[in-house]
Ligand binder design. Structure first.
Ligand code: TRP
Length: 339
């Protein structure tokens, strides 16, 4: 595909990455990953497993290796298409580390000190406040800028890093001449802001110590049904979307996201029925949505050789794109380039 003529009006480009730290939740899926799949129609997409970012907190090598493989397989299983999109593992493309250094020297200590994620993570991992954790945003800027995307689909928690990426890109372009597209964050459409099943004031999180508070994408049907049955609701026993009914609202949003039904339709469907029926229906719908993904994930993980082929293909395609941008940046900064 490399040397095919470019259409005159090229599609806009989008890039995002996900860290291979544990199995994503239903919240990650409905809030982000599922949108990535849809974005493939509208944009030229690149998606990566951010395994270099993962080691900013300590990782157990055998576990990390397994999680990288599983996350890559999961991206395929949800329907990201390695023939249409760039799909790769960050550490397989050395240009990420190389550009990160160049960008680090164009990122200010003060800017990195202001990152709320750095402050949070250094508070949570006080025994390991390493240089990589501090420099995390310049590696993320490299991930992004190498592929010259127009948009970076991220959750609200990554917006500050995207803003810093823009600052770094603008600074670099100003100092050395136009090199990078200055990308915009693409904050994903509302609708699926999935909350904890046990405490709907909080976001659903895979690091929650109460496993009943989240649905993992690997939970089997029985587990899903059980977790929804235990979900926190209220004492009104009426399925309606209203202020003060955070638990029910959350379940309605999940149901709506997986069935495409409107809130009105959902209220009508469960009029006169109790929460038991409703929770069961939500559980069934979620289990049905996840079943084909889980089947594909199983199949993909059974054929490691094939999976490695997809990784290699993605790494090679990504390396071509990334090398061009890296070359340009190095040359502009004054490096002696060997042809
Ligand atoms: N920092 C992101 C997160 O934790 C992951 C990430 C790494 C990323 N590189 C990126 C996201 C580039 C978007 C673009 O969620």
């Amino acid at each position: 595909m490399e040397n095919q003529a470019q259409p005159i009006q090229r599609k806009k480009r989008a890039l995002s990455c996900i860290q291979p730290t544990g199995i994503p939740t239903l919240g990650n899926y409905l809030g982000a990953l599922r949108n990535w799949v849809q974005m493939q129609d509208e944009f030229d997409c690149a998606f990566a497993v951010a395994d270099l970012h993962a080691i900013t907190v300590r990782q157990e090598p055998a576990k990390l290796r397994q999680q990288i493989t599983e996350m890559f397989a999961l991206l395929l299983a949800i329907g990201l298409d390695p023939e249409r999109s760039l799909l790769f593992v960050q550490s397989h493309v050395p240009a990420h580390s190389q550009l990160a250094w160049l960008l680090s020297c164009n990122t200010q200590f003060g800017e990195l000190s202001r990152m709320t994620q750095f402050k949070d993570k250094s508070a949570r991992h006080a025994d390991n406040i390493n240089l990589g954790l501090f420099a995390y945003p310049s590696l993320m800027a490299a991930d992004i800028l190498l592929y010259q995307p127009d948009y970076v689909p991220v959750g609200a928690d990554q917006k500050q890093h995207c803003e810093l990426t823009r600052t770094i890109a603008e600074r670099f372009n100003g100092l050395y001449g136009n090199t990078f597209v200055v990308p915009e964050p693409y904050i994903m459409k509302a609708g699926a802001r999935v909350r904890s099943l046990q405490n709907p004031q909080k976001k659903m999180s895979k690091s929650d110590e109460n496993v009943n508070s989240f649905i993992s994408l690997k939970d089997d049907k029985d587990t899903i049904l059980r977790k929804f049955r235990r979900a926190v609701t209220d004492s009104e026993a009426q399925v309606r979307y209203a202020e003060g009914k955070d638990g029910v609202n959350n379940l309605m949003e999940i149901y709506s996201a997986v069935t495409d039904k409107s809130m009105d339709a959902i209220e009508a469907e469960f009029a006169g029925k109790g929460y038991g029926d409703f929770k069961n229906a939500v559980g069934e719908a979620v289990a049905a949505e996840l079943a084909p993904i889980q089947d594909r994930l199983q199949q993909l993980l059974q054929d490691k050789a094939q999976l490695e082929q997809w990784m290699r293909l993605g790494a090679e395609k990504a390396a071509c794109v990334a090398a061009r941008t890296l070359f340009k940046a190095q040359k502009k900064m004054g490096y002696v380039m060997l042809k």
